[in-house]
Design a protein around this ligand. Structure first.
Ligand SMILES: *Cc1c(COP(=O)(O)O)cnc(C)c1O
Length: 355
């Protein structure tokens, strides 16, 4: 048995991959693979419709929002979001809580005035900033809800009248959220929803059409809304697998059910890091991510040995990002408590030998 702790592309539910693999051979009794059917076929249109309606149902998306499945990755949204929402004469606020947030800031600056109103770079992004003022005149406040690399996560969103825009690539569908606070949510599929290749966008319709610039067709949310995510050929297979994952979430108690399991997994793993004399987490206690758990050995010399032990126990993908070092256990929705317990067992055995 292998347990997949990679940060992304990342673990998907076994039953989703089994069904997806059958569809690669033959989809829906059509005599063709999902990979070779027209995106205009009624069979694929039904897939797209179901993906959109499941996303709406699971996240309780209000009427005045649209759900899109686009291509280009979350990184394209760093530009698309300000291009569509921020006129050159407007100001937007961003928080800088890590690598992805910094990239969003860099692109945001191309389209309007961007103020970085809070930043946690001073402590290698190990915490989520608090206690900063948010001027109500900002067009939006951009945040990264979960920092995949540094293992921090907003446990609650900033209290403000300013509409939020959030990159939720690594915690979408992991916990209940109130979509009403957001003008825009985007998330690349490959962390918690499906294979790489599609990006979920949830956008408030009334937030669009308020900028003066020319927007290229493929970058214009309104074009994608008007064509129901079929302005051009959509990423057919990633959308299909995402739809299967959303069905799987629904079967598993919806987001509330998944959230409970995620909380139990995170509590077990952080509990062991705290208890075990060999390990520690660099992450500020209140901001610890329930998706990406960063931890280190006090004795760096033993890192290679620990990773080797993890590997022999079937725990794969635990190398920390180079900017943090140590280890990162990504415990997305599809990771089981059994997988987390397997890793905990390796940590406990390591302490018996090295403690
Ligand atoms: C992985 C990740 C991205 C980048 O996603 P791409 O689809 O590769 O562009 C952006 N933001 C966050 C929070 C991520 O985890």
């Amino acid at each position: 048995m292998k347990y997949n702790f990679y940060a992304g592309p990342a673990i998907l539910a076994q039953e989703v991959m089994q069904e997806a693999s059958r569809a690669v051979v033959e989809f829906n009794g059509m005599g063709f693979s999902i990979l070779e059917i027209s995106h205009r076929s009624k069979e694929f249109i039904a897939v797209m419709d179901e993906a959109v309606s499941l996303a709406k149902e699971l996240l309780n998306v209000p009427e005045e929002y649209e759900v899109l499945f686009l291509a280009g990755g979350a990184s394209l949204q760093f530009a698309m979001a300000p291009m569509n929402l921020l006129d050159a004469s407007m100001k937007a606020a961003y928080t800088d809580t890590g690598t992805w947030a910094s990239k969003a800031i860099k692109d945001g600056k191309l389209y309007g005035q961007v103020d970085v109103i809070a930043c946690s770079k001073d402590a290698n992004y190990s915490y989520i900033p608090r206690g900063y003022e948010i001027d109500p005149s900002y067009r939006f406040l951009h945040i990264t809800s979960n920092n995949t690399i540094f293992g921090t996560q907003y446990q609650s969103f900033p209290e403000t009248s300013v509409p939020l825009v959030s990159d939720m690539s690594s915690d979408i569908f992991s916990r209940v959220i109130d979509v009403n606070k957001f003008d825009l949510i985007y998330a690349g599929a490959q962390k918690n929803m499906g294979p790489a290749g599609t990006t979920l966008v949830i956008v408030k319709k009334s937030a669009l059409g308020k900028v003066n610039r020319q927007i290229p067709a493929m970058m214009n949310y309104q074009n994608h809304i008007d064509s129901a995510s079929m302005y051009n050929t959509p990423p057919v297979f990633p959308v299909y697998v995402s739809m299967l994952t959303l069905r799987w979430i629904k079967r598993n108690g919806g987001i509330a059910g998944i959230q409970k399991k995620n909380e139990a997994k995170a509590a077990a793993l952080y509990g062991e890091i705290e208890r075990n004399s060999l390990f520690y987490t660099p992450t500020n206690h209140e901001d610890k991510s329930k998706m990406n758990v960063c931890f280190l050995l006090h004795d760096k010399e033993k890192e290679k040995q620990f990773l080797a032990n993890c590997k022999s126990a079937g725990c794969i993908g635990l190398e920390g990002h180079r900017s943090v070092g140590g280890f990162r256990a990504s415990i997305y929705n599809a990771m089981t408590l059994e997988g987390v317990n397997q890793l905990i067992g390796v940590m406990q055995d390591f302490e018996k030998v090295n403690g």
